[in-house]
Design a protein around this ligand. Structure first.
Ligand SMILES: NC(=O)c1ccc[n+]([C@@H]2O[C@H](COP(=O)([O-])OP(=O)(O)OC[C@H]3O[C@@H](n4cnc5c(N)ncnc54)[C@H](OP(=O)(O)O)[C@@H]3O)[C@@H](O)[C@H]2O)c1
Length: 243
């Protein structure tokens, strides 16, 4: 259970492994009263605190309509963007320059970078201003330029590095209007999900987290954030990931 004290929460990507685990964790938190859960496919949650709505990053209008589902009378304490793509039926992460394609870059940037940027555009005005309000977007350690030892995964790494600059930029801008805002990126660790499935074989024993454990660790890190943390990226253990 987290100690976030977030009354009104929006989770974008509630159908994913991490998004679903975050909704379920917060559903059990007595401080959380309203959870707006957004996903492409409609999914059901047993808690009465959860309202589900649709969102699709392929259309900006869908992100705008999603933001309008939240009453202005319920300013958000927390927004978590848990969407993301690494592969799909037509796309596999590149091992080498010869695997690069316009299509891969466009798709990964659309979902991993542009979608979260448009969520910031439409959802940040809904963050509360009278006390701490957090926006956390799931990024990835591989989006760190300084941490890159292995190469590969060009479009995914580049889309997450670009996401990190969107996080920093939007943190700077919103802090001028909302001094209680904290805008961060988060690396959840390697988590059992559809996204990580093809790559789980090489993960050392004990390093593949369940979505439930990862969600609980992420919420614990969020609960410790302070104003000076805005614009940064943090891992599941609370350590900052440098750009
Ligand atoms: N799992 C890991 O090991 C790991 C490691 C580092 C970082 N991360 C990051 O953590 C985040 C969540 O990953 P996950 O492991 O939970 O993956 P996941 O289970 O595959 O979930 C991905 C989510 O993204 C949503 N999504 C994909 N395309 C979308 C679109 N066009 N519009 C709206 N939503 C869309 C999916 O919706 P549908 O269900 O409709 O497809 C799903 O809710 C990602 O940003 C990922 O990069 C994960």
């Amino acid at each position: 259970m987290s100690i976030l004290k977030a009354k009104n929460v929006a989770i974008i990507g509630a159908s994913g492994a991490l998004g679903k685990a975050l909704v379920e964790n917060l559903s059990k938190d007595n401080d959380t009263k309203n959870i707006f859960a957004f996903s492409r496919k409609t999914i059901l949650f047993s808690s009465e605190k959860v309202q589900t709505h649709s969102i699709d990053f392929e259309e900006e209008d869908s992100i705008f309509r999603a933001s309008n589902c939240i009453s202005k009378l319920m300013p958000l304490d927390l927004i978590i963007v848990a969407t993301g793509i690494l592969h799909d039926v037509n796309l596999y992460p590149e091992k080498s320059l010869k695997d690069l394609s316009t299509e891969k870059f466009q798709k990964l940037f659309l979902i991993n970078t542009i979608g979260p940027a448009l969520v910031a555009k439409h959802f940040f005005p809904l963050l509360r201003r009278d006390k701490r309000a957090i926006s956390a977007t799931l990024s990835a350690r591989v989006g760190s330029v300084s941490d890159n030892q292995l190469g590969g995964w060009y479009a995914y790494r580049a889309s997450k590095a670009a996401l990190n600059i969107i996080i920093k930029n939007s943190a700077i801008e919103i802090s001028r209007k909302n001094t209680n805002s904290i805008v961060v990126g988060m690396h959840p660790g390697t988590v059992a999900s559809n996204l990580s499935k093809p790559f789980q074989k090489g993960v050392p024993s004990g390093k593949l987290f369940t979505p439930e454990l990862a969600a609980s660790r992420l919420l614990n890190v969020l609960s410790t954030l302070r104003a000076e943390d805005t614009g940064k990226c943090f891992a599941w253990d609370g350590k900052e990931i440098l750009p």
